[in-house]
Design a protein. Sequence first.
Length: 109
Amino acid sequence: MTRTRSARLLGGFLGLTYIVLGLVESTIAIRGSDPIVFFWFPALCGGGALILTGTFKDVRPPLLSIGLVTAGALAGGLATAWTIVGPILSIALIVLRISRSPAPSTSAA
């Protein structure tokens, strides 16, 4: 499996997982009238949306795509720090995304 395919699979899985977790956690927080809902929804759903955008949208320059994935992975990883698996997968996604980015071209002008 290539790095590009691995990054896309992990990005899709992690992005969708963060969005689903954000919806579930927000629903639980609203039912329990917990004020922390203002953390769960933006961190998990926003992080998942940033990961999906950075993973599947072909953004130019590639540095912007890396930034979107990194911001989303950090936001979602922070919210799922209690799972240990979430932050580890987030770090793996960031490393995969950086490793699959094309090398900057050094052309003489």
